[in-house]
Design a protein around this ligand. Sequence first.
Ligand code: HEC
Length: 157
Amino acid sequence: MKRRFIPFAALTFALTFALAACGKSADDTPDTSSTAQVDPVAAAPAQALKPAAVAATDPVAHGKTLFARCASCHSIAPGKNGIGPSLHAITGKASASLAEFTYSPAMQSANLTWDDATLSAYLENPQGLVKGNRMAFAGLKNPQDRADLIAYLHTLK
Ligand code: HEC
């Protein structure tokens, strides 16, 4: 009985080993393909970052988008005033300098030059810089938004 059992056990062992080996090599195949899939997965975030990085480094394009909040009152065409004065070539200009626009007494006596610092302060809090002026705008609280919008205003020459 023992002698018959041992070869059978050996055969069973050999078969098990062969199956295990076979199973192992069958496992190797999906392993290889899943390793191959790592490359596109790893490459995807790097590619996805590129457009976002380009948008983040283009302040003028972002500022132009933000100008939608100003456009209901301000034209960028020279001499074309709406509820607010035209913002054509506003950077470097003296405040309340358009003869054809009727400014509030507060803006008329503000005596500012619209440089980056005064524009940023005014756009952050219009009533804080020029108390009593008529611009009904709550303010742009994000400093990056203000910087990008001002970068866009610089292009309106
Ligand atoms: C609800 C209308 C309205 C909105 C929105 C608005 N403004 Fe004005 N803005 C005015 C008015 C009105 C004045 C004139 C204020 C006065 O005379 O007291 C003015 C004045 C200004 C001035 C001074 C111009 C000058 O000739 O001295 C600047 C600069 C300006 N706005 C920029 C902006 C920007 C940039 C935005 C968008 C973030 C904006 N405004 C949004 C109505 C608006």
